[in-house]
Ligand binder design. Structure first.
Ligand SMILES: O=C(O)CCC(=O)C(=O)O
Length: 265
């Protein structure tokens, strides 16, 4: 399971990265499996019905660290929204414009996650997925961010083989051009929660001061004022995730939530 500090980091950054959690023998198996393609799954299929027992995706999702993170983020038995194999050919293709998947989705109290699995080591030249930390709670529509070429603090994924990253559905991201001699593989699955996303992780460190520090993280591309809004929105989401309606960063949510009901005498 994720800890509260890891969950807070996810709420702040919009992603959680698990390096080399898939064993080498499964990574070797993945390449031909992904080359053959993974059979489609209808939208909304519960994960236990989406992939047959023993199939590669099923075993990937059963790995303890992957299963623990998924359960911490969206709870038990989420549904599969869609999945896709993304192959970037050697010296081929162009960088994808920055986007968030699907249409504008500003749910303040729930989120989907996208698992991204990289069976090979991804070097800088191979076109690892670029993402913009802390962009997931900003209200933009799908690829309207495509005009941005480079943002300060952006993260071009470079990782060891067997890495799995979970992205909040709103995170701005895009595959990069592959300038290497090898094909780059990535397998993505989007999950929708079926339970309320509240205290689903290992909460034993809920009151660790690092939780607050993570939620208050400032990213270098933020504007002075709108950057505050990102932290405000994180405080709202953290209230939903914990049920603690006193949680705040600075005094922002407390102030805007103030709606006295008592009549003046
Ligand atoms: O190929 C990649 O690295 C990213 C693909 C992507 O952006 C997506 O699946 O939405």
């Amino acid at each position: 399971m994720l800890s509260s500090v890891q969950m807070a980091r996810f709420v702040a950054r919009g992603s959680v990265r698990l390096d080399a959690v898939v064993p080498p023998e499964m990574n070797a198996e993945a390449l031909p499996v992904l080359d053959d393609g993974v059979p489609p799954v209808p939208y909304g299929t519960p994960v236990s019905q989406a992939f047959k027992p023993g199939s590669f995706p099923r075993r990937l999702l059963e790995l303890p660290q992957v299963a623990g993170a998924l359960r911490s983020l969206v709870g038990p038995e989420p549904t599969v929204d869609h999945h896709a194999v993304h192959i970037r050919e050697p010296h081929g293709g162009e960088a994808q414009p920055l986007h968030a998947d699907a249409i504008i989705d500003v749910r303040p109290d729930a989120f989907d996650v996208q698992l991204m699995y990289y069976p090979q080591q991804v070097t800088l030249e191979m076109g690892g997925t670029l993402s913009v930390p802390g962009s997931h709670l900003r209200r933009t529509n799908e690829s309207d961010t495509g005009r941005y070429q480079n943002l300060r603090g952006q993260d071009r994924l470079v990782c060891p083989a067997g890495t799995v990253v979970f992205l909040h559905h709103g995170l701005w991201h895009g595959g990069r051009r592959n300038d290497s001699d090898s094909r780059r593989y990535m397998f993505k699955i989007r999950f929708n929660p079926r339970v309320r996303q509240r205290l689903l992780w290992d909460t034993s460190d809920l009151h660790d001061p690092e939780v607050h520090a993570e939620l208050d993280t400032h990213f270098p591309w933020y504007e002075q004022a709108s950057g505050r809004l990102e932290r405000y929105n994180r405080a709202l989401l953290w209230r939903e995730l914990t049920g603690d309606d006193t949680f705040d960063i600075e005094h922002w949510v407390t102030r805007t939530a103030n709606r006295p009901q008592e009549a003046a005498v």
